[in-house]
Design a protein around this ligand. Sequence first.
Ligand SMILES: O=P(O)(O)OC[C@H]1O[C@](O)(COP(=O)(O)O)[C@@H](O)[C@@H]1O
Ligand SMILES: [Mn+2]
Length: 646
Amino acid sequence: MDTSYLDLLAKIYDKESKVVTEMINLEAILNLPKGTEHFVSDLHGEFHAFQHVLRNGSGNVKTKINDLLKDELSDDEINEFATLVYYPEEKLKLIKNEMENSQSLNQWYNKTIERMINLVLFASSKYTRTKVRKALPKQFDYIIEELLYKTDELSNKKNYYHKIVERIISLRQVDKFIAGLAYTIQRLVVDHLHVVGDIYDRGPQPDKIMDTLINYHSVDIQWGNHDVLWIGAYSGSKVCLANLIRICARYDNLDIIEDVYGINLRPLLNLAEKYYDDNQAFRPKNNASEENIFENEQLQKTKIHQAITMIQFKLEMPIIKRRPDFNMSRRLVLENIDYEQKIITLYGEEYSLENDCFATVNPDQPDQLLEEEEQVMNKLLFAFQHSEKLARHMKFFMKKGSLYLKYNGNLLIHGCIPLNEDGTMKEMVIKDKSHSGRELLDIFESYLRYSFAHPERTDDLATDMVWYLWTGENSSLFGKKEMTTFERYFIKDKVAHVEEKNHYYYLRADEEVCREILKEFDLDPDQGRIINGHTPVLEISGENPIKANGKMIVIDGGFSKAYQSKTGIAGYTLLYNSFGMQLVAHNKFTSKEDVLKNGTDVLSVKRLVDREVERKKVMETNNGEKILQQISDLKHLMEYRYRIDQ
Ligand SMILES: O=P(O)(O)OC[C@H]1O[C@](O)(COP(=O)(O)O)[C@@H](O)[C@@H]1O
Ligand SMILES: [Mn+2]
């Protein structure tokens, strides 16, 4: 073993006793039950709904409260208490308003703190004290530890409790104290969070989701196709940038660009005002049906939407031409238009065009941007790449994100593993070499990381590849033959809108196929499962999110409001604790106010995916592997430094 590494280690463990203590600690951790993993996906900017699921741990907080207090409290009281744990500050306000006098309030404080301390104890039973300490609010960690581990006989303990709580109240710290306990409970019921892609687009507050994740104690992200659009734009891809602005305009979310990330849209608006008019197909989605509230601002957005859409189609063309490997020549749509007749020929079929807005297109050179368009895009890209807030969010994406993740035996991936009809891995040729399966995904990821590291390169293969991840047929994030954006704006016939899915999306119902995929990733097909997001599960039409005899779980149930009428629910989440896996289907989240006032938190219907025969221990997890490695390093240190045979 490298002695310089051991010398470094010896600086931390400078006494034999320290090494021994740490080894004993680590070995003890290995035998604890594994922590709870929480999986969410396709959040699509729906911050409030996401926050609620996070705060209630997909129903896990309520379960713990129930287990602990069901003999003591009625259902209503349990709901009240749960709401206090989810939204302590707001709930405290409501409770205080209802109290008659300070005596009853103090009584309530006493009782509540006692219950919360018990709940912290209960929720932390499978963790070490060090880990629990880290989860406590800094300001009160000493006091809470006193309350948690005081083992005096009951009568003494009550007195002691009482004194401490009295003091906290008289010092006017009690609300903060209760909030701190509530957040500790939230944190203890979920050990680790996985976000299986698509944080951005469609909904209004992806930035707040990112901020929440940045502050979360333990998280990883599997990028979704919408996320790589943002990463791509930040890395220098103008076509990715045009796409995401188009989606923001379509869903009436341009505020994210302007107000949240501080990017000036005025140049784009000026261009839009000059060339475009009202156009039914480009009205912001949320207001599209409400004709009567169509005002000037909406008209501006409609114009911006058209301007950026046409820029997008133009920008796609040179990329498609310079990257024959992408095999996307079918998507050179602007070349296939008869601009006088307003007809397009697509795959041998003729369609008439409606809602057309081709004023900036030169029929002889349809891929050419007007000088003004070029300038607008340059300005937008510059601003995008220099937004501090965006930089923070995108860097976090790179730090915590990846295209796929192997975690505790499972494979987490937003979209798919591109497959052929017979279930074999579909190949893609890049620079004369053929790649498929895991290797293809690794190559995609290395291009993306390269592009991110070189934001000044805007037309290289790496940058183009990020766009391919958004829309290419072999992309593991998209996995459809083509994205029919053009058709959906300009062609009435819905047949032209269909996006043909990769075989994966049908074959994944087959257990054998899933087992082969798990093997491709060196995972044990008997133990592992694949966790997907991306394709909304149509619960409404009886689709089952648990497929392939439990080997495949699809958790996109539609956090995105735009998709809820299709799916019939408001999203799935998954919990994986030491006893097994549970899928949770969520009913529509109305608002935080509703939860606070009415305690309406009956949002979780749990379905057992699997129950472990034996309780899973840390030893059997990714983290366990790391700990085993640390123990082995410490053993080497003992031999090297302290000369004791192990
Ligand atoms: O619902 P919209 O805005 O028309 O977007 C539809 C487009 O979004 C996509 O579904 C991709 O987004 P998802 O990853 O959310 O499915 C495309 O396949 C499709 O063309
Ligand atoms: Mn997706």
